[in-house]
Design a binder for this molecule. Structure first.
Ligand code: SF4
Ligand code: SF4
Length: 659
């Protein structure tokens, strides 16, 4: 059946309309993204970015953190890639029937045709799995308003791959496939005999050609209006990945900035806004959020999706510079209550398959509330006051900081002139909290026993500022950071060891922003090294079942999972057991992000939920490597009446007992 003479004209008009709709929308989105005012450096480290583009964008490494979903997604993704090659060829048939894309070597046609058919079938399987998931399994995280849109997208893809196979089948039935390629199209060869195309191959060749081309280009026109713009933008996000240390919050230039933080979407950066268009609405972030899991009004996925919707809705006004009177992000993106509920545990960012960054946005929104509106929960405001007055959140006199070390033979840097292997950064919890004073004393004893030369700063040490920065009080954080960097540099400090992951993260990853660059290690790392070198030899048995609770600031932020476990494994007769949520899937204790200093009045307490994970293992001891985690576990055990059956101990205390 010959092509009608009008076909090229109709086809050209159709392509012009659909591609035009796509480009118009694409240009509009790019203009909206460029309206983002905050600046971020995302054009550095080009070779690492290209690596990330390949591994995370093209090969979709992070999608495989959930294996069934990863397989399902990869079928659909690769269908797109392979079918992309066939689009040009099939569309061109509307102008020149039988035209083939020139490939460097003709022998490549066969494998390409086979790949196309296999991937089309795999895509159909992937879509069937996705439909079963959405309509039969119905996980809560997928039951949002994007549900219908997701179904439309799946149906589009199903239509595209089905029409491709039937188009190929019609080619078989018409006998127009060159003999050497017939065997490379086995699936459509089979369909040629058993499907509708056998009835009238010529007619159905045109029907399925029109269906395929029509669906493909209609899908192109639709996609950027749908909630599935991630098909275009997720891969871009993988290139503009964060190359700074994960635990470093972006500093504000307090001298040169007039408005702090963000209350309007356009106050975010281009990259932050891009997250909204890259989001697949998979719900993994919300699924992993401890605040959400315990009933707090915090939903990291909604934060990202609502940010995009707000940008689209308010876009014309933003581009025209007429935003006066428009509702701010606390009304359209995320309520304030949820913004305070975040523990900054980083699980959402870690789980996100498209590298969206929720935590910096939450901190920016907190910065606006704190620095522009003077708002924060009253108990947090009280903590900030204590840090301002006595340089610690406990509010105990600053001159008492070194008291725990009295009589233990521990010099200060001032006393020994800085002749040390390590400065022992004690931190506020170790200095002022009764329970954690025992931990730092145990760690100090271990260092003395192993012959490590160390000293403390005593009353010269101040809070690192971590709680202030995470609550949004950048001004107080920078005051603390600059004072500490001045002291550390004046004392000639090169190497620091600390038992607090929050201090560790801030000293290691954030102080370089203020001229303080040191070699910083966590006590778990030093203890593991001393054990390895034979400088510490545990002899007394710790005959108990022990589970280790991962600190978010040690694990997800700084990739330290093994060393605390190495310390535990070195204890004679110990029996270790892992919680289901452990290592990079660990569940927060509820204290990070300055939550330690805020009341938890909504839902179940995060530390109580974590305690349930501990008790499920039947452990007699929960081991920690963070003073905040220890306080939270202690509190939960006492409140939930397992004080007697479950001991709480830092890894240093357990090792100290054993040596
Ligand atoms: S950082 Fe943790 S608490 Fe905050 S939104 Fe992400 S998962 Fe939830
Ligand atoms: S932000 Fe990331 S993890 Fe959350 S729904 Fe979107 S793609 Fe999924």
């Amino acid at each position: 059946m010959a092509a009608p003479v009008w076909l090229p004209y109709v086809l050209t008009a159709f392509l012009a309309v659909t591609i035009g709709i796509f480009l118009r929308r694409f240009t509009h989105i790019v203009r909206l993204l460029r309206a983002g005012k905050a600046k971020e450096k995302r054009w550095d480290h080009i070779s690492e970015r290209v690596d990330s583009f390949i591994v995370n964008g093209l090969l979709q490494k992070k999608v495989y953190r959930s294996i069934p979903v990863g397989i399902l997604h990869s079928f659909i993704f690769w269908a797109f890639v392979i079918l992309g090659a066939s689009v040009v060829e099939i569309t061109a048939q509307g102008y020149t029937p039988g035209w083939q894309i020139p490939v460097p070597a003709a022998f490549l046609y066969g494998p390409l045709y086979l790949a196309e058919e296999i991937i089309a079938v795999l895509a159909m399987i992937g879509i069937a799995m996705a439909l079963v998931r959405r309509y039969v399994v119905r996980p809560k995280k997928l039951m949002h308003e994007g549900f219908l849109d997701a179904t439309i997208v799946l149906m589009f893809i199903l239509g595209i791959v089905t029409s491709l196979l039937l188009f190929n089948a019609a080619e078989h039935a018409r006998g127009v496939i060159p003999a050497q390629y017939v065997a490379w199209k086995p699936i459509s060869g089979f369909l040629a005999d058993v499907s509708i195309v056998a009835l009238n191959p010529d007619l159905f060749w045109w029907v399925f050609w029109a269906a395929h081309v029509g669906l493909l280009f209609s899908f192109l026109a639709y996609i950027l209006y749908s909630k599935h713009s991630h098909i275009v933008f997720a891969i871009v996000n993988a290139f503009f990945i964060n190359m700074e240390p994960k635990g470093a919050i972006k500093p504000i230039d307090l001298e040169k900035t007039e408005t702090f933080g963000a209350q309007r979407v356009e106050q975010f950066s281009l990259r932050q806004l891009l997250d909204g268009f890259a989001c697949t609405e998979c719900g993994r972030c919300t699924d992993s959020c401890p605040a959400n899991a315990t009933g707090k009004p915090l939903d990291p996925m909604r934060l990202i999706v609502n940010m995009k919707d707000t940008l689209l809705e308010q876009g014309p006004a933003i581009l025209a510079g007429k935003t006066d009177g428009l509702p701010n992000m606390f009304a359209t993106v995320h309520p304030e209550e949820g913004i305070w509920a975040c523990t900054t545990c980083y699980a959402c960012v870690y789980e996100c398959p498209v590298f969206n960054e929720h935590v910096p946005k939450i901190i920016d929104m907190r910065r606006h509330l704190v620095l522009m509106e003077g708002k924060m929960p009253p108990e947090a405001a009280e903590t900030m006051r204590k840090i301002e007055q006595n340089y610690n959140p406990w509010g105990i006199g600053w001159d008492q900081r070194g008291k725990w070390a009295e009589g233990l033979g521990i010099p200060t840097m001032a006393e020994n002139g800085g002749d040390v292997d390590y400065l022992f950064w004690v931190g506020c919890a170790g200095s002022f909290d009764e329970r954690n004073r025992k931990v730092v004393a145990a760690f100090a004893r271990l260092m003395q026993r192993a012959g490590v030369k160390f000293a403390i700063l005593g009353s010269e040490e101040k809070c690192t500022g971590d709680p202030a920065r995470r609550i949004g009080n950048e001004y107080l954080f920078q005051t603390m950071a600059k004072a500490n960097v001045e002291t550390l540099n004046a004392r000639g400090v090169k190497k620091i060891v600390t038992a607090c992951p929050h201090c560790f993260n801030t000293l290691k990853n954030e102080y370089p922003q203020f001229g303080g660059t040191y070699e910083v290690i966590h006590h778990s790392q030093l203890l593991a090294e001393l054990l390895e070198q034979g400088k510490l030899t545990p002899k007394k048995p710790v005959a108990a079942k022990v589970t280790h609770h991962d600190s978010c600031y040690l694990g997800r932020y700084n990739d330290i999972y093994d060393e605390p476990r190495q310390v535990l494994e070195a204890l004679p007769q110990i029996q270790t057991v892992e919680m289901t949520k452990c290592r990079d899937k660990g569940f927060c204790c509820g204290a990070g992000g300055a939550r330690m200093w805020m009341e938890e009045t909504i839902g179940e307490k995060v530390n109580h939920r974590r305690l349930s994970h501990v008790t499920e293992t039947g452990a007699e001891i929960v081991a920690t490597a963070c003073p905040y985690c220890l306080i939270m576990m202690d509190d939960a055990a006492k409140t939930k009446n397992v004080d007697a059956s479950l001991a709480r101990a830092d890894i240093a205390e357990l090792l100290d007992r054993a040596v």
